[in-house]
Structures are given as structure tokens and as C-alpha cells.
Design a protein around this ligand. Structure first.
Ligand SMILES: Nc1ncnc2c1ncn2[C@@H]1O[C@H](COP(=O)(O)OP(=O)(O)OP(=O)(O)O)[C@@H](O)[C@H]1O
Length: 810
């Protein structure tokens, strides 16, 4: 019994200790649920047991003591009971409080949730607004024709170096701080269209570039160029990581890939042809990176530098002599790019172990033909500039130093051009370097242009970073004028073709004694001088090339280009070829016979039957066979070559002026073109007028307007000469209407000869009067109606031998 009591007491003590220390709701709960009044029962049991024992067994003396102890125990138990019940109450209160807190928390969480939701919708809205702002900003820039500028920051090479980039904003803001100045003073803020931080991927960069690239497929010319200090990541952005890795490929590849995708998507409405050229400008020499010569020679500097043409030739190629590769898939592009990259001059410097020592230009030519017959032609220049470098930093010597000097010089020329454009100067110094001359149409034309300004984040590059950012800021202020769409409707093309034919027909009709396309070599000094005048490029044209950037001059050029009569006719071109041949013969520079000139011209006519894109190579070969003066071309290297034997010149001779980017028109295959009657001309006029009225707005109507003017001039020019003074035309259209009622005046043999002379530029023997007098058979007086004729020819310069016999020019 004693043992039992001990055990029970011990158990009870343990239990109480446990209960006190591990006061646990579950335990108590479970305990109570199992034994609802267990504590009470147990205490009763123990007290009765104890009392019984005390009464029966304990001696009388110690009974009082035991009783007292018992009472103490009971007291203690009661206290503990009380404590327990207090604790229970406390627990219940705590539980209630906990529940209250829980519900409060839930309410709070709900509130926070709704607040977060609100904030996230606000954030989404904010992003939308920022995006919209950016689009609007870009739209404004499009309208203004600004060059867009993106900035990309290369990741730091060493983790420990101090970073000069303080902040990159989503809206294109960038803050850098000068490491040598206190933070507050050394901060500089820049604003661009977009800034890509070091963690931006190639895809991020491409996503923002894609819309611009896509507009190439809609007929816009686009130029993207990467600028920045050496080693700042230009080649990485444009081509991808060095070493020919196919991971993280750059914009060049992604752009072409995208163009193919679009071409596929639109194949039902338009068929595209995509061709690629890749050149580098190395030490002011333009080298073809895709030609077989480039890869086969160890001495690239021995290769001929390619010549830059104004894009106003009929195929829009500024480098017609560079190899043109047709690409049909991304793998074609990849192979070509690899081939080109291998040929590019790269070497190791103290800053970059694969430093590009040249500017590379990948040009993508897109030619699209709609099922409706409309055509578009555009090109995309992807330029990876060589990096500007401080020669003391890059530690280059010898050839590398020379390269660096060329690089820096051409970049400074680029800076001059940008400054001149930003200040809207009348003269833009494009001709100061090959780079600016090549990019002339992108920087100063109606192209969409994007510049990637690359910067290194390291503090020791701060100077270069600052100058790159300042340059980029200046570039972003350049206004180019709205980009121009190079798209022509089939109607306009047909009309242009008819005009070509008409011009030829008129030329043939009015110069019957001149055999078709047969050139006459100038013999007399006067003839030579006339020929020289015809072949001398007009000064204004040259200036307009230089000032092509300004909208004003561009407009003037467009107007000039659209004015039909200014396009040299076949005869004039033939004469030019002939006179060129004779001039060169005289100078003993190139021995070309008139036969060669004639055969050149014959080739011209036949070659024009082929489309430029497909048969460029064939044309080159054809002329290559005839050409024997390539060395002379080198001598003319810095000027537009005028040698008739230079294939490029010959090609140029074939081309109609195409600043309007209109594809080559097909000439009739027979040497005897159709003779157009007055009715034909009238019909054509009607067509033009009706087309004009159908499309009241837009560029097409402008072109048609100019066509109408051209036809008008053609008619008025020829008819006025034919009908002479009897026909007093007030407007070309009215003139056409009256023509049947009029009779040609009798024209004397003398007058006929004189008129022929004026048209052919060949003076007949014994002629002793002015060319102008030939129009009427006698010198024209100031009072004659023809004195007001706007189509009157420009007087030729007075030759010493004929000065005395020439009457006064009006
Ligand atoms: N955004 C980037 N992410 C990762 N690596 C980069 C990045 N940009 C550049 N690099 C690395 O930095 C190094 C230098 O880059 P890159 O050759 O493209 O510079 P660059 O400006 O073309 O130099 P240079 O003008 O001398 O040719 C390369 O090793 C390249 O892989």
C-alpha cells in the first residue's frame, strides 16, 4: 500500500510538473476528454487512502503531524487546482485573443492583397503609359526623322572594379558618375530612346530593334550602326560573341532570320528577293569581304578598293562592285557571315584581344514584287564600326598604330558629319571619309537610322564612356526628315516605261539622219567641246550629293530626278560614251575605239532587258570582257570614274537616275523603237490625267504629276520645234488639243540641217550661225515668241573659233 501511495504521489508530482511546464492545450484537452474529472477523483482517492492509513497504521504521536502534512498537501492540491483552472481561463482567453488576431490578420491580409492588386494594376497601367509614351516619342521622332539612339552597357569584366553607371531608367535615362569627383557633383544624366543594362540579352536588344528592321520589308531603307570605345561590345551586339559561337547570335543574324520569316508570312501577296553584301573599310579602303579574292590573298591591302556610288543609280547599290549574294535561308546567312568574319581584319590589342581593325558593313538588299505588280526596293545597312581607341591605352605600334589613326580619323569625320547635320549646316562633309560617304544616304537621306552607343562600365573607361554618350546625345538631335517609302505602283512603272519609249521615239523621229544608237565621234574642236560639256558632270549635281542630307536639297534632287527630260536619253548616254572614248583616246590614257563604244552601247540595250537583281553578275562579266582599263580605274580611285572601260562606269551609263528608287525599266528589244503619233501622246496624257484623278493624294500622284509635266515638256519641246512660230502654245495640254488644225510651216533644207545640228550636237560643215538660229532657220530675235520658251536649250559655251560667228544667245 505504501509503495502504491508512493507511486501515485510520484506520478502525481510528475504529472503536475509536466502539466505546469508543458502546459498544452492538446494534452489537457485529451486528458480531460479521456477523464473528465480525473484530477478530482485522483485527489479524493489519495486523500481517502492517506486518511485511512493514518487512522489505521500511524502511531498516535505522529498522526497529528501527518494530518498537518496532509492538510498541507490538500491545500497545495487545491492551490494547484485553482492555478490550473486559472490557467485554463487564461488559455481560453488567449485562445479567443488568438482567434481575434487571426481574423484580424486575415482581414489585414485581404486588405493588403487588394492593395497589392491595385498597385499592380497601377504598375501595369504605368508600364502601358510608359510604353505608349515611348511609342509616341518614337512616332514624333519618325515624323521629325531623328536618328534613334539605344545605349548598351557591357557587363564588367572584373567584379571588383568600381562601376560608373549609377542608374538605368526604363524610359531610356542613364546616370553616370565621375569616379574622380564627389558623387553629388560628378553625376551626369543622359536620355536616349532605350538603355540596355549589362544583364540585357541579345533577344532583349533585338526585340526593341525588330520593328525598325521589319520596316525594311515595307520598303524603307534602314541603317543600324554600333558605335563605341574599343572592347565595349559592338561586335557582340552586331554579330555575337567572338570565336564564331552560334549561341547568342547578334542583330545581323536575328535581323535576317526575321526578314525570312516575314517573307514567308507574306508569300501570298508579295515575293521577296533578299541579297547580301559585306564589306569592310580598312585604312580608308573598301574591301569586299565576300569575294573569293579576299579569302585567297594574304595581302588584303593589295586588293582594289571598291568605289562608292551615289544610291541614285537604278539598282540603288552604293557599292555596285561588291559581290552580291542571294540568300534564301538563315543557314545561307550564317555561312556568309562566317566567311565574311574570317576575312575581316581583327587583331589583339591591350584592351581587346579580338579587336576589329576595320568598319564592317553588312548590307541586305530587299526587292519585293507584289502580286498586283507593285514593286518595292529597300536596303538595310548593319554597320559594326571599329572602336575608337586611345593609342596610349591600346599600346599599339606600327601597322596597328596606322590602323588606329585611320579608325580615329574616320570616326572623327563621322562626328563632323553628325555635328553638321545637327546644326543643319548647308554643307555636310560626307566626302571627308569613306565611312561617311558610304553612310551618306542613311545619315542624310530618308532612311530610318538607329545607333547603338556602347559603353564599358569600368571606372578607368570613364573618359571614353562620357565621350561616347555625348556623341550619342548629339546624334539623337539630328533631324533627317521623315523616312521615305520606296514603293511604286505598276501603273506608275508602266507610265515611266512609256515615257522612256516616248523619249526614244522623239529622239529618233527628230534626228532621222542619226542612225539609231550609232555614235559619231566628234571631230572639230567645237564638237569636242560640245561633247566635253555633255560628259562633264554638272556641278550642281555634285553639290547636291554632298548636301543630300537636307530636306531642301533632297527635295530638289527628287524634283530633278522626276523631271523626265533631265534623265539622259539613250542617245545622250551613247554620245557620252562616245565622247568619253574619244577624250580618253586623246589623253592616251585608255585606247578604246569607237567600235568598242558602239558595241558597249549595243550591249547596253540588250543588257537592259535583264532585271538587275538576277543578272548583275552577267552584266559585270559582259562588260568585263569589253573592259581593258581596270588600272585606270584605280588611278581615278578618289573621283567618280569616268573611264568608259571601267565596268562600273559602264554600268552607271546603263542606269537611269533612281534616287526615286524605281526599278530599271525595260527598253524595247528592237533597235527601231515604235514611232509614237500625236494620238499616242494624247492617249498617254489622258491615262496620266485619269490616273491622277483616281488617286488624288499620296506620293503616286506626285510622281504622276511629274510624269505629266515630263510628257508635257516632251510634247511642247518637240512640237514647238516642229511647228515653230505658227503654233503658239500656251499649255502643253492645250497644244495637244489644237494640233490637228495646224499645218507645219515650210522648212527649208538649211533650217532642217540646222535643226539636226542642234539635236545631234554635230555641226555640219559650212554652218555659220548659232545653234539657236537653227530652230527657226534664222537667228531668233528678242521679240520672237520662242524667246519665252522654257524648253529652250542652254547655250553652248562660245568656242574661240566660232565666237565671232555666233549670234547673241537669249
Ligand atoms: N553584352 C555582353 N555580354 C557578354 N559579353 C560581352 C558583352 N558585350 C561584350 N562582351 C564581351 O566583351 C568582349 C569585347 O567585346 P567586342 O569584341 O564585341 O568589343 P568591340 O566593341 O567590338 O571591340 P573592338 O572595337 O575592339 O572590336 C568580347 O569578349 C565580348 O564577348
Amino acid at each position: 500500500m505504501h509503495v502504491l501511495v508512493d507511486t501515485i504521489v510520484k506520478l502525481l508530482a510528475d504529472y503536475m510538473v509536466d502539466t505546469k511546464e508543458n502546459f498544452d492545450d492538446n494534452f489537457l484537452g485529451s486528458f480531460h476528454s479521456r477523464n473528465p474529472d480525473s484530477v478530482k477523483v485522483l485527489s479524493k482517492m489519495i486523500s481517502s487512502c492517506l486518511e485511512e492509513q493514518l487512522v489505521n497504521k500511524i502511531p498516535e504521536g505522529s498522526r497529528a503531524c501527518t494530518k498537518k502534512a496532509n492538510q498541507n498537501h490538500i491545500k497545495l492540491l487545491k492551490m494547484q487546482e485553482k492555478e490550473l483552472s486559472d490557467l485554463k481561463d487564461l488559455l481560453l482567453t488567449a485562445k479567443r485573443e488568438f482567434e481575434d488576431l487571426q481574423s484580424q490578420l486575415q482581414i489585414d491580409l485581404k486588405n493588403i492583397g487588394s492593395q497589392v492588386e491595385e498597385m499592380s494594376t497601377a504598375a501595369v497601367q504605368y508600364h502601358k503609359v510608359v510604353e505608349e509614351n515611348r511609342k509616341l516619342y518614337n512616332m514624333v521622332q519618325d515624323l521629325k526623322g531623328n536618328i534613334r539612339v539605344f545605349c548598351r552597357i557591357r557587363p564588367a569584366f572584373c567584379a571588383g572594379t568600381r562601376n560608373v553607371i549609377d542608374f538605368i531608367g526604363e524610359d531610356g535615362s542613364l546616370v553616370i558618375s565621375d569616379p574622380l569627383k564627389p558623387k553629388k557633383d560628378g553625376r551626369k544624366v543622359f536620355q536616349f530612346n532605350r538603355v540596355f543594362g549589362p544583364s540585357a540579352t541579345q533577344d532583349d536588344v533585338f526585340n526593341d530593334t525588330q520593328p525598325l528592321i521589319r520596316s525594311v520589308m515595307d520598303g524603307y531603307n534602314v541603317c543600324i550602326f554600333a558605335y563605341g570605345q574599343t572592347g565595349s561590345g559592338k561586335t557582340y551586339t552586331m554579330s555575337g560573341p567572338s570565336g564564331g559561337s552560334t549561341k547568342d547570335l547578334g542583330i545581323n543574324y536575328l535581323a535576317l532570320n526575321d526578314l525570312f520569316e516575314i517573307s514567308n508570312q507574306r508569300k501570298d501577296i508579295i515575293s521577296y528577293e533578299i541579297q547580301v553584301q559585306m564589306v569592310e573599310i580598312y585604312n580608308e579602303q573598301i574591301r569586299d569581304l565576300l569575294s573569293e579574292d579576299s579569302s585567297s590573298t594574304k595581302y588584303p591591302f593589295l586588293l582594289n578598293s571598291l568605289e562608292i556610288r551615289s544610291c541614285s543609280n537604278d539598282n540603288g547599290l552604293s557599292l555596285p562592285d561588291a559581290t552580291l549574294h542571294k540568300v534564301k535561308s538563315t543557314s545561307d546567312v550564317l555561312n556568309l557571315m562566317k566567311y565574311g568574319e574570317v576575312n575581316r581584319v581583327v587583331c589583339s590589342t591591350a584592351i581587346n584581344n579580338r579587336s576589329s581593325r576595320s568598319h564592317s558593313v553588312l548590307t541586305v538588299h530587299v526587292h519585293g514584287k507584289y502580286t498586283s505588280g507593285n514593286m518595292l526596293r529597300s536596303c538595310l545597312h548593319l554597320v559594326d564600326l571599329a572602336g575608337s581607341e586611345r593609342v596610349d591605352k591600346s599600346e599599339v605600334t606600327g601597322d596597328r598604330l596606322k590602323e588606329a589613326q585611320h579608325i580615329n580619323k574616320s570616326l572623327s569625320c563621322l562626328g563632323d558629319v553628325v555635328t553638321a547635320l545637327a546644326q543643319k549646316n548647308s554643307h555636310i562633309p560626307y566626302r571627308n571619309s569613306k565611312l561617311t560617304l558610304l553612310l551618306q544616304d542613311s545619315l542624310g537621306g530618308h532612311a530610318k537610322t538607329l545607333m547603338f552607343a556602347h559603353v564599358s562600365p569600368e571606372e578607368d573607361s570613364f573618359g571614353e564612356t562620357l565621350s561616347t554618350l555625348k556623341f550619342a546625345r548629339r546624334v539623337s538631335t539630328v533631324e533627317l526628315g521623315a523616312a521615305r517609302l520606296n514603293k511604286e505602283s505598276s501603273e506608275v512603272m508602266q507610265l515611266k516605261e512609256q515615257i522612256e519609249n516616248l523619249k526614244k521615239a522623239l529622239a529618233n523621229k527628230e534626228a532621222p539622219s542619226t542612225p539609231s544608237y550609232k555614235m559619231k565621234e566628234p571631230k572639230s574642236p567645237f564638237e569636242k567641246q560640245m561633247a566635253a560639256i555633255e560628259k562633264t558632270p554638272p556641278r550642281t549635281r555634285r553639290l547636291s550629293i554632298e548636301n543630300g542630307s537636307t530636306m531642301k536639297s533632297e527635295k530638289a534632287m527628287n524634283a530633278e530626278d522626276r523631271r523626265g527630260p533631265k534623265i539622259p536619253s539613250s542617245i545622250t548616254r551613247a554620245r557620252r560614251l562616245s565622247s568619253e572614248g574619244s577624250r580618253n583616246e586623246d589623253n592616251s590614257q585608255i585606247k578604246v575605239s569607237a567600235d568598242v563604244s558602239r558595241s558597249l552601247h549595243a550591249s547596253t540595250v540588250s543588257v537592259q532587258k535583264y532585271s538587275q537583281f538576277q543578272d548583275e553578275e552577267a552584266v559585270t562579266k559582259q562588260f568585263g570582257n569589253l573592259s581593258n582599263g581596270s588600272s585606270v580605274m584605280e588611278a581615278y580611285h578618289s573621283k567618280p570614274p569616268r573611264s568608259p572601260t571601267s565596268s562600273s562606269f559602264q554600268k552607271q551609263a546603263l542606269k537611269t537616275d533612281c534616287r526615286t528608287q524605281i526599278p530599271r525599266l525595260e527598253l524595247p528589244s528592237t533597235p527601231e523603237p515604235k514611232v509614237y503619233t500625236r494620238n499616242d501622246i494624247q492617249n498617254l496624257m489622258q491615262t496620266v490625267i485619269s490616273t491622277e484623278s483616281r488617286t488624288a493624294n499620296g506620293k503616286g500622284s506626285q510622281v504622276r504629276k511629274s510624269l505629266r509635266t515630263t510628257i508635257g515638256k516632251l510634247i511642247s519641246g518637240s512640237e514647238k520645234r516642229n511647228l515653230q512660230k505658227t503654233l503658239e502654245l500656251k499649255s502643253p495640254v492645250r497644244g495637244v488639243g489644237n494640233v490637228h488644225d495646224l499645218k507645219s510651216p515650210p522648212v527649208t533644207a538649211h533650217a532642217k540641217a540646222a535643226r539636226r545640228e542642234s539635236l545631234t550636237g554635230v555641226q555640219t560643215s559650212g554652218s555659220n550661225r548659232s545653234r539657236r538660229s537653227s530652230l527657226g532657220g534664222k537667228p531668233i530675235e528678242l521679240s520672237t515668241p520662242m524667246s519665252n520658251n522654257r524648253n529652250a536649250r542652254t547655250p553652248p559655251p562660245v568656242h574661240p573659233s566660232s565666237a565671232k560667228t555666233t549670234t547673241r544667245w537669249l
